[in-house]
Design a protein around this ligand. Structure first.
Ligand SMILES: [Zn+2]
Length: 273
């Protein structure tokens, strides 16, 4: 079995450092929208999220969604989309068989429409709660439903239908995961707090490295290295603050128990991953 991982970026946004980490400076920072491209010799190409696409601008060009673009300015050009970048390395849209959706914010689902052959794996209970929302409350939850393909539900698989396993003690305090292919190579973990049903991914590659995609459990590595949460104002855009802190604390403990594990927040500068 061969498992390889490429860490890529599709667009970025800017935000104030003092919002995303308590004690941060009052200065704007660039936050890349990362996604993972995984090759598994038996199952082909799998993605973890997609980053932004230019569709973000269409979806936010009128009220009320325009408010989102004002609060979180986004930059992406056509050649920076996940689709364009995969084509540049010889991976075609139809090669992507599965996309793991960590959660439904635009920087994670922006490119879904570009992969018509892919199935989608995510927490269905979270999606159905978002789907029921009206325009304003969906916006408040950071959900732009126009980013989803028309046949999204028909191509969806609920992560809750996968078997859960007890994972190796070295990943304590995490203990349970969904084993995507039954071979332990891709393990999906629940990371509640930031948004409804947020999922993370543990990847074990053939070169004996382990990567942990923690999505938006925090935006900066310093947050999990020192257990420093965001500014309290961010409670307003956080699904459950208590769960957020508990998840961040687990990642903090895991990092100090297992420093060789490569922990990847979705918005961290990947040059330092
Ligand atoms: Zn998010």
């Amino acid at each position: 079995m061969t498992v390889k991982l490429n860490l890529l970026q599709a667009g970025h946004c800017t935000q104030y450092e003092n919002l995303v980490i308590r004690g941060g400076a009052f200065r704007k920072m660039i936050f890349p929208a990362l996604f993972g491209l995984i090759y598994h010799s038996q199952y082909g190409f799998i993605m973890f999220d997609t980053g932004y696409s230019e569709r973000f601008f269409q979806e936010t060009d009128s009220f009320p969604n325009r408010v989102y673009a004002k609060l979180t300015p986004v930059w992406i050009s056509p050649d920076q989309s996940a689709l364009a970048q995969l084509q540049q390395i010889g991976v075609h849209s139809s090669d992507i068989r599965l996309i793991i959706i960590s959660h439904f914010h635009p920087d994670h689902i922006g490119g879904l429409r570009d992969f018509p052959s892919a199935q989608f794996v995510y927490k269905k209970s979270a999606y159905y709660r978002l789907k029921k929302k009206n325009k304003i409350s969906a916006l408040a939850a950071g959900f732009l439903p126009g980013l989803l393909p028309e046949d999204f539900e028909a191509r969806s698989k609920d992560i809750d239908t996968y078997p859960t396993i007890t994972i190796k003690k070295k990943y304590y305090p995490f203990d349970l995961a969904y084993d995507l292919f039954g071979d332990g190579s891709l393990l999906i973990l629940e990371l509640p707090g930031h948004s409804l049903g947020q999922l993370g991914l543990l990847v074990s590659t053939s070169d004996q490295k382990q990567y942990f995609f923690i999505s938006d459990s925090c935006w900066l590595k310093q947050s999990y290295q020192t257990f420093t949460p965001p500014n309290r104002v961010m409670r307003l855009v956080t699904d459950r603050w208590g769960d957020y802190r508990a998840t961040l604390n687990k990642i903090y403990l895991l990092h100090h128990r297992c420093p060789e594990l490569r922990i990847i927040p979705s918005h961290h500068n990947m040059l330092s991953c």
